[in-house]
Write a new protein. Structure first.
Length: 231
């Protein structure tokens, strides 16, 4: 399970990184909010441990950025203040749970497990209507009741388009999301991947969901009634 820790205090960051690593988690770290948000948007992360007091983009703003892009990645927020208004503000911004500093490590780990278990039970539907259903947590896609079996990269491509459904997503952004910022694949790889996703998601149906904006990018046209739920 891959966890992203966003914390600006070096000692706290190191404590969290080492502690979670020793308990078997794969850990990524960011020391400021902008880096944290960028990492959360471009990597497959299963949970974010997020400090609220960050120097540039604070934890609330980071969560708003994340939820604004339809990300359902669970967030456990860490706050130095146990003022009720701060906690309510964090939960409203999209945090799934919180811990106030100082906290015990076993409690942190227990919260992480409880959030991820709850998320798996709830599912993480980014899109759900009678025609199309995409569950980002279980990684299940169905169209008109038929399960669609996608490869890891096809799912990643779909996830990228869902996050910005209805907008034109530039080819370069898609490639960075699917293969990472320092990818070494050529543009043909993207054409091939888009074709294979279309063959599964669109070919059997008259209404095509994936649109091409020639030379610039792709767009996902969701069914009119589809609801995008910000978990
Ligand atoms: Ca801090």
């Amino acid at each position: 399970m891959r966890i992203l820790i966003v914390e600006d205090e070096p000692r706290m960051l190191e404590l969290l990184r080492t502690g979670l690593y020793e308990r078997g988690f794969t850990v990524m770290t960011a020391a400021d909010g902008n880096t944290g948000l960028r990492m959360a948007m471009t990597h497959e992360i299963e949970l974010i441990v997020l400090d609220i007091g960050l120097p540039d983009l604070n934890g609330y703003a980071l969560m708003e950025g994340l939820r604004g892009c339809a990300s359902v990645t669970p967030v456990l927020m860490l706050t130095a203040r146990d003022a009720e208004e701060d906690i309510i503000r964090g939960l409203e911004a999209g945090a799934d749970d919180y811990l106030t500093k100082p906290f015990s490590f076993p409690e942190l780990v227990a919260r992480i497990h409880s959030i991820t278990r709850r998320k798996r039970e709830e599912g993480g539907c980014a899109v759900k209507d009678s025609e199309l259903e995409i569950d980002l947590v279980r990684r299940v896609v169905t169209r008109s009741g038929n399960g669609i079996d996608l490869t890891r990269l096809e799912f990643r491509l779909l996830q990228c388009l869902v996050r910005r459904a209805g907008q034109c997503v530039p080819r370069q952004d898609v490639m960075e999301f699917v293969w990472g910022a320092d990818h070494a694949v050529g543009p043909t790889a993207l054409d091939v991947l888009v074709n294979s996703l279309r063959a599964k998601l669109d070919a059997p149906y008259s209404r095509k969901l994936i649109g091409t904006l020639r030379g610039s990018g792709y767009t996902l046209r969701l069914p009119a009634a589809a609801s995008r739920r910000k978990s």
